[in-house]
Ligand binder design. Structure first.
Ligand code: NAD
Ligand code: UGA
Length: 466
């Protein structure tokens, strides 16, 4: 097995593969890093002269790509070549929820990961360390190893688990200053050597004590567990927000008060219209599926409740809009501020905005959407994907604009669904003057000062406030 890494290949140039490999290349200039993908357009975008056309938006990403691209960071569609050249191959492809067959709607679909493993087995002519970067069910490494070895070639493969903990919108900072990196591997001599190769890479910029090593299964399961715990905090505070609205307690004051207890901690306690993103829901569903498959019903039910509460919160917010607008939004114009699942990203996967918008469209509202980073095609694609109504109807009922004031002009209500910073600094007096009266603000992120907005004349609904 290799003990010095000179060439890395990463399969999958998405939200994880792209930024992660860009940072490895930036910090390890002596290693050639090639990121490959079957999506030709995506690779072309990563190679685009103008760094403003990179396929994903992340603060700080442009600068890292500028520093490393063409020096030791390459993006390519020549998958086989890059695999063959590398001593270490990362698998960073998507692992979405299965949409068919056994485990439909719950289990992770591992077909892309399996295709990668088969391809590595087929084209490799030298020993390789294969690293699971994608989020995978516990014990996937076993299947990968079986597939890798099945070609019966006279070469060795070692599988490591190295889950990624970056969050979108802060990916570069998380990669540069992560709380920890986790590496799982076999605890025999070859396994420990492979682990050391990966430690050597991260040690280029992270202190050794932040690199945690475990066995493979702990590492795989830690990733699902970390996301489940994070999502559970959001569902917990969102559950309390509903209770606050009935009792006169204020959810932000509660978050502050409980967060001061160092055992609880203050982060990740922001009440919201519901968590979104490509991973929380998918990973918890996967965890629930795994628990059920081992007959652990109570464990499965426990974690499933995190998802149910999140669905409830999205629905509850949409219902509040309709109730406050005198129980009908038919023909009313509502501005949607924010479509991304959180600020500072153009990613809309599982965004709460999609579900709130769909609910309002079912009530025959007209929507005008503004998001600083999400393109109109994406917004229509997200709605069309739900299949609730025809593409023509979505086009007819939803307008997407590039200017926030234009979005809010002449509307009955504004719904804030993403916590973009720019929303806080709008001239709300000007917005109020341009709206139909009574003018409503529904703040799904609690980012606007309620008092200030009510002083202007708005009627406002805030999560977790009476
Ligand atoms: P993504 O959809 O953005 O990117 C995956 C890429 O893999 C796509 O560009 C796709 O074309 C490519 N691909 C699929 N099959 C391929 C194949 N056989 N050969 C070459 N390329 C192939 O996904 P992502 O958000 O980067 O997530 C990847 C994995 O990382 C998932 O398992 C996810 O759970 C995990 N993860 C994601 C995040 C996040 O913030 N998005 C964070 C941590 C972990
Ligand atoms: C999350 C985890 O934070 C990462 O550690 C993990 O690597 C990643 O999932 C993954 O596996 O994909 P991400 O989904 O990018 O990262 O973003 P988060 O910051 O975790 O936010 C997720 C959702 O929860 C967003 O919709 C956000 O608005 C919401 N949220 C978050 C709240 O509603 N309240 C909070 O206090 C925090």
């Amino acid at each position: 097995l290799p003990n010095k890494i000179k060439n890395i290949c990463c399969i999958g140039a998405g939200y994880v593969g792209g930024p992660t490999m860009a940072v490895i290349a930036q910090k390890c200039p002596e290693i050639k890093v090639t990121v490959v993908d079957i999506n030709v357009q995506r690779i072309a975008d990563w190679n685009d002269e103008s760094l403003d056309n990179l396929p994903i938006y992340e603060p700080g990403l442009k600068e890292v790509v500028l520093e490393a691209r063409g020096r030791n960071l390459f993006f390519s569609t020549n998958v086989d070549n890059a695999i063959n050249e590398a001593e270490m191959v990362f698998i960073s492809v998507n692992t979405p929820t299965k949409k068919y067959g056994v485990g439909k709607g719950m289990a992770a679909d591992l077909k892309y990961v399996e295709l990668c493993a088969r391809n590595i087995a087929k084209v490799s002519t030298s020993d390789k360390i294969v690293v699971e970067k994608s989020t995978l069910p516990v014990r996937t490494a076993e299947s990968i190893k079986t597939i890798l070895d099945a070609e019966g070639k006279d070469i060795q493969f070692k599988v490591l688990s190295n889950p990624e903990f970056l969050a979108e919108g802060t990916a570069i900072d998380d990669l540069h200053n992560g709380d920890r990196v986790l590496i799982g591997g076999d605890q025999d001599e070859d396994g420990l050597n492979a682990i050391q190769c990966l430690i050597d890479i991260y040690s280029h910029w992270l202190p050794r004590e932040r690199i945690i090593t475990t066995n493979v299964w702990s590492s795989e399961l830690s990733k699902l567990t970390a996301n489940a715990f994070l999502a559970q905090r959001v569902s917990s505070i969102n559950a309390i927000s509903a209770l606050c609205e009935q009792t006169g307690a204020n959810v932000d004051e509660i978050a502050n008060a409980i967060g001061a207890d160092s055992r609880i901690g203050s982060k990740f306690l922001k009440a919201s219209v519901g968590f979104g993103g490509s991973c929380f829901q998918k990973d918890i569903l996967n965890l629930v599926y795994i628990a059920r498959s081992y007959g652990l019903e109570e464990v499965a039910d426990y974690w499933e409740q995190v998802i149910k509460l999140n669905d409830y919160q999205k629905r509850r917010f949409a219902e509040k809009i309709v109730q406050n607008l005198f129980n009908t939004v038919n023909g009313k114009k509502i501005a949607i501020l924010g479509w991304a699942f959180k600020k500072d990203t153009n990613d809309t996967r599982e965004s709460a905005a999609i579900y709130v918008a769909d609910y309002l469209l079912n009530e025959q509202a007209e929507l005008v959407v503004y998001d600083p980073k999400v393109k109109a095609e994406q917004i229509y694609a997200d709605l069309d994907y739900l299949n609730t109504r025809s593409e023509e109807q979505n086009k007819h009922l939803v307008t997407v604009v590039r200017d926030a004031y234009e979005a809010m002009g002449d509307t009955h209500a504004v719904a804030i669904l993403t916590e973009w910073d720019e929303f806080k600094s709008y001239d709300w007096e000007k917005v109020y003057n341009g709206m139909k009266k009574p003018a409503f603000v529904f703040d799904g992120r609690n980012i606007i000062d309620k008092q200030q907005i009510e002083d202007i004349g708005f009627k406002s609904y805030n999560l977790g406030r009476e």
